[in-house]
Design a protein around this ligand. Structure first.
Ligand SMILES: NC(=O)c1ccc[n+]([C@@H]2O[C@H](COP(=O)([O-])OP(=O)(O)OC[C@H]3O[C@@H](n4cnc5c(N)ncnc54)[C@H](O)[C@@H]3O)[C@@H](O)[C@H]2O)c1
Length: 322
């Protein structure tokens, strides 16, 4: 891919900052857009930004994507828009339906305004495995029926549909990258792996919802970034959805055992009632992504956890409450 100017919303977040680092290393110019919201500590987002904010090919715009006027005027045209900004996370979405709708659907509509106003030719939208919801027929291919059961999952599905329709009406190309539980250095502290690891390092109890039998397709952030890069390059159809998964299911209790080994501490596990928006399993087929994007995830869970140890220590030092 030739060097291009790429806008990344959510650039201060976990996936966004890892992607920006990769794009800058490859010679692209990046406009990072982020509101630095307080969904988790802003200090972690500032730390993410500090890795590249002085790079000559990087420009940061602190903008709330819902503020369409501010978004339209924060930069001129770009070659590609990668839209990652969102309220992420399934559980908090149950208590904040309007906020999730506002940011994830309204904010995406605002990004579509940006696409039209600046005549941007290509959009990558961060969707989620959660849209498949309780569909029991795993592994999920992109053709499987979405059966979302949380406000978060519904907002992501609505975002995808807005993007698909706008692309076909207005003649730009778009991909929806359906991300499966991403982990690695920089992982959001509310997500199971970093939350558990930080608590284990601090000698605290970890709270597992359900009996630990939930199955997840955990995907290392470096593999996810490779997949998003594939989506940036993929302009063969007006709209296409791609699973970005590892393609392997792991039971949650095994993740805890692996963390015990990697961190060399024993976990104190407290089991709590399952959360009704959580799905029992995720598992993505990556056949289509492999064939059309050349996507080849390669990091095994144990290696990915080893690579994340410094990050776990950094979050542990913050001693966050749930
Ligand atoms: N991490 C995962 O496991 C996972 C799984 C599936 C999908 N996704 C999706 O990938 C994307 C990135 O997730 P992440 O884990 O990096 O989350 P994150 O919370 O670390 O990053 C999201 C960023 O968006 C920013 N943001 C939120 N609201 C905004 C607004 N109104 N205007 C501008 N910026 C705003 C936040 O400040 C944050 O920096 C999200 O769209 C998420 O839904 C993530």
């Amino acid at each position: 891919m030739v060097a291009t100017k790429i806008a990344v919303t959510g650039a201060a977040g976990f996936v966004g900052s890892t992607l920006v680092t990769d794009l800058l290393a490859d010679g692209h110019t990046v406009v990072g857009i982020d509101s630095l919201d307080d969904f988790y500590p802003v200090s972690l987002k500032r730390w993410n930004l500090s890795k590249f904010e002085d790079h000559p090919a990087f420009e940061f715009q602190q903008v709330d994507i819902r503020d369409t006027e501010a978004l339209l005027t924060c930069t001129d045209s770009v070659d590609v828009m990668v839209h990652l900004a969102a309220l992420a996370g399934v559980r908090p979405s149950s208590a904040r339906p309007l906020d999730y709708y506002d940011v994830n659907v309204g904010g995406t509509a605002s990004v579509l305004d940006f696409m039209l106003h600046h005549e941007v030719p290509h959009l990558v939208f961060a969707s989620s495995s959660s849209i498949y919801g309780i569909n029991p027929d795993v592994p999920w291919t992109e053709e499987h029926l979405p059966q979302p059961i949380s406000n978060y999952a519904n907002s992501k599905l609505a975002g995808e549909r807005l993007v698909a329709r706008a692309a076909s009406l207005h003649g730009f190309t778009a991909t929806a990258a359906r991300l499966f539980t991403v982990y690695g250095p920089g992982q959001r502290p509310d997500l199971a792996i970093t939350n558990f690891a930080a608590k284990m390092l601090n000698g605290e109890e970890i709270r597992v919802f359900g009996d630990g039998s939930a199955l997840r397709d955990f995907t290392f952030v470096g593999d996810i970034v490779d997949g998003i890069r594939g989506c940036i390059d993929y302009t063969d159809s007006t709209f296409e959805a791609f699973n970005l998964a590892r393609g392997i299911q792991v039971v949650l209790s095994d993740v805890i055992h692996l963390l015990e080994k990697v961190l060399d501490v024993d976990a104190k596990v407290v089991y709590e009632d399952g959360f009704r928006g959580d799905v029992p399993q995720t598992w993505g087929s990556i056949e289509k992504s492999a064939a059309k994007l050349g996507y080849r995830p390669s990091v095994d869970l144990k290696d990915g956890l080893m690579e994340s140890r410094d990050w776990f220590g950094q979050v542990a030092a913050l001693a966050l409450d749930d």
